[in-house]
Design a protein around this ligand. Sequence first.
Ligand code: SF4
Ligand code: SF4
Length: 479
Amino acid sequence: MGASADEPSASAQPKPSRSQRHWKPSRFNVQAITDEGWLLLWNTYTGSLNAFRPAQREPVLELISQKGVSSDGGGITGYLAKRGYLIPKEADELRRVQYAFGQENHRNDILELILLASEDCNFRCTYCYEDFKRGTMRPGVRASIKKLVESRVRTMRELTVNWFGGEPLYGLEAIEDLAPFFAETAEREGLKYFSHMTTNGYLLTEDVAARLLSWRITDFQITLDGLPEHHNQHRPGRDGSGTYQTIYDNLVKLSERDDDFSVVIRVNFAKSNADGLEAFLHSLQEKFSNDDRFTVSFHAVGRWGGDNDANLDVCGKDEAHATHMRLKAAARSLGLRVTSGWRPGVGVGTQVCYAVRPYNFIVGAHGDLMKCTIDLNKKDRNIVGKLLPDGTLDLNTDKMALWTEPAFERDTGCQSCHMLPACQGVHCPQIRMDHGQRPCPSIRFTAKREMVDYFKAKQDGTSSAVAASAPPVRIGGRE
Ligand code: SF4
Ligand code: SF4
C-alpha cells in the first residue's frame, strides 16, 4: 500500500524558507482503522490510498481534522496535500468535480464501441432481459463501423471495442470481419487499444480462443452460476440442454494457454443457488486459484426487464449484500482472486456508467445506436440514433442529453456526498430515470470494510487474492 513504502515521518518539520499556506481536509476523504490500529485513508477524488502505522495515526488525524493546518507545504503536510487528503483552504471541491466531469465528457480523442455481433443467443437464461429479435450484425453495418473508425483516426488516441450480444460468438462472422480491422488500425495509427468480450463461453473453443487472442481480444467475462445442477437450471441452452460442462472445459483449455489475457468468471446468485456456491468455488480452486488471469465476480440477480422477471427468486438488498460478502470471503480463502467494488485507484469518474460518456455507443445488429446495455432497444429513450452508411452518427440531441447529463448538478444530496468525485451521481442513470432515486454504488456503503480487507490481504501476502483492477467495463447488470 502506497504510504507504508514512501511516506515521510509524521513528525517531519516544515522547512522554514517556504511561505506558509492554509490547508483544509478534503471532504472526499474516507478513513478506516484496522484492528491493529493502522489508519487507512482513501480519497475519492485522487483515488489515493495510504496506510499509516498506529504510532502515526493520531498526528495524521490531527492534520486532517476540520480545524485545518498552516504549513509551507513540506514534510507530512506536503505529503498529505500531494495525495489529496489536504487541499488549499480556498479550493472549491464541487467546482473541481464539475470541471472533471466536463473534461471527460468533452473528450474527442476516444471512441468506445459496444458491438452487438449477434442479438440472438444459443442460451435461454432464466433472468435474461433480451428479446433475440435480430440476428447477426448486417454486413452493411459492419462497413459503416469501419468508416466511422477511419473517419476518427486523425483525432483519436484511444479505441475500445466491447463485444456483446445476445451471444457475440453466435455472430462470429461479424467478429471475423471487424476485429482484425480494429487491431490493424490500432497498430498502424499507434492507438491505445483495448478489446473485451462478454460471452457465455459455450462457443469459446480452443480454435476460436486462438483467433480472438490473435485479434487482440484479450479480456473476457464468462458466467458460471454454480455447480451443474444450479448452472444448468439458470443457464440452459435454447433447446433446454445443460451448458455447464462445455463452458467449464473451454475455461480449462483457455487456462492451459500461455497467452496474456484476463477472464472474469461472473457468478450470478439468487435464492435458488446461493447456498451451493461455496462447493462450486472449491471446484474452481484446483484449476484457477494460482492463475492471476482469472478473477471471480459475484452479482445478485436483479429484475432487469426480461419476460421472466416475475418468476425470479431474487435476494432482498440485505440478503444480497450478506451473500456477496460471504462469497467473496470464501473465494479469497481458497486463493481465488475476486473483483472488489473498492480498490486503490478508485477516484474521479471511475464509478460513472459508460452510458454517460458521449463517446460510448452500443451499435446494434441493424445499426441502431444505443446507450444502456440493460435498456437496449426495449425503451425508445435508449435508441439515441442511427449509424449511417457513410459512417456518420445521426444522433437525437435530446436523448443524448438525457443519458450524458451531469445529474449531480441538480441533486444537492449528491453534491454533499463523499463519493461524488467517483460516482458523480450517474453510477446508473437508468435507476435515476426509472425510480427517481440516487443510484449509489455499493462501495458508498462498504468501502471501509473493503479497505480493511484489502489491507489485510496485503499484509498477509495474499494480495493476489484481490484483483488489482476491476474489469474496465460493466456489462449485463448494474453492478
Ligand atoms: S449501469 Fe445503469 S445505465 Fe449503465 S448500462 Fe447498466 S443499467 Fe444501464
Ligand atoms: S448517487 Fe449516491 S454515491 Fe453517487 S454521488 Fe449521489 S449520493 Fe453519492
